[in-house]
Design a protein around this ligand. Structure first.
Ligand SMILES: Nc1ncnc2c1ncn2[C@@H]1O[C@H](COP(=O)(O)OP(=O)(O)OP(=O)(O)O)[C@@H](O)[C@H]1O
Ligand SMILES: [Mg+2]
Length: 268
């Protein structure tokens, strides 16, 4: 066997060992039928992070897939006695991580990280965790962050009876006027109270359920001192106006921006 072959075999052995450890902890993931997807998501680094989370009893089960996105896979999971939670795994092998650099490197909280692909993904995961914490502390309706390790984020499950709340795009609001107001209020509070700009706001990243709207997917959210902060905020506002434009009366996007950022607008 060549050197390359030996390396691969060693990795396979380590992966198998981690697999066994995880099954010992009652967590089964690799016997599902979507083998290829699983191989792409559950590489050695990811399995090791999962093992640590399972060993600490943060997670007790990995459930079905909720979503496969550009950068991440989202699974339902168990977090202790009958409690649902969500595992978001940023893919190390096949993630589209190039765009991540722009958001991370302009953010003073994360500007000193090393710049390898893995480092950026780990920093991104940590950033999503801390963004969710900030938003939670400011009282915004976002999933409560529970834990993170490397490329894995564990958060509260938003849903009822094991069924996740639908994205706004799949469950258009019965009262669009009210939903529009609610979202503008969320963007405003996110900026003014949590000091965050979502940065990828659309009907895809808003869930609707329990008689309210929820903001999710906050990895790219930045603070107002990010050099592109107001450009991202303006883009979020335009996205929301685009969605509501043919559903209810909308406000002028420049007026909304000024209303949200207030005096910040004039600071250099
Ligand atoms: N906490 C949660 N509770 C219930 N469902 C969730 C939760 N988080 C995510 N989901 C579901 O998974 C989908 C994808 O999640 P999310 O938007 O965070 O990742 P993504 O769009 O794949 O991210 P990226 O674009 O960065 O790859 C959501 O649209 C939602 O349907
Ligand atoms: Mg999303």
């Amino acid at each position: 066997m060549g050197r390359r072959g030996e390396e691969t075999k060693k990795t396979d052995d380590r992966i198998e060992a981690l697999d066994r450890e995880l099954s010992r902890l009652g967590i089964r993931i690799r016997d599902a039928d979507q083998r290829k997807v699983l191989d792409e998501v559950f590489d050695e680094v990811t399995l090791h992070a999962l093992y640590k989370l399972a060993n600490k009893k943060v997670i007790t089960a990995v459930g079905g897939s909720l979503s496969t996105g550009k950068e991440a896979n989202v699974f339902s999971a168990g977090c202790g006695e009958g409690k649902d939670c969500v595992i978001k795994i940023y893919r190390i092998r096949t993630g589209n991580f190039n765009a991540m650099g722009d958001y991370i490197l302009g953010d003073p909280r994360f500007s000193n990280i090393r710049k390898t692909k893995k480092d950026i993904i780990f920093a991104w995961t940590k950033k999503e965790y801390s963004n969710l914490s900030r938003a939670t502390e400011a009282g915004l309706p976002v999933p409560l962050p529970i834990a993170f390790d490397r490329n894995i984020l564990i958060m509260e499950f938003l849903g009822e009876g094991g069924i996740p709340y639908p994205q706004l795009r799949l469950d258009p609001p019965a009262d669009p006027e009210r939903a529009y107001e609610e979202i503008l209020d969320l963007i405003t509070r996110l900026y003014q109270k949590a000091r965050l700009i979502h940065g990828d706001l659309s009907e895809y990243n808003i869930l609707s359920g329990g008689d309210r709207l929820w903001l999710i997917d906050m990895g790219q959210a930045v603070t107002p001192d990010h050099p592109s902060a107001h450009r991202f905020l303006f883009r979020d506002i335009k996205n929301i106006n685009r969605y509501f434009g043919n559903r209810c009366t909308i406000l002028d996007e420049h007026d909304i921006l000024k209303g949200i950022v207030g005096e910040d607008f004039f600071t250099p």
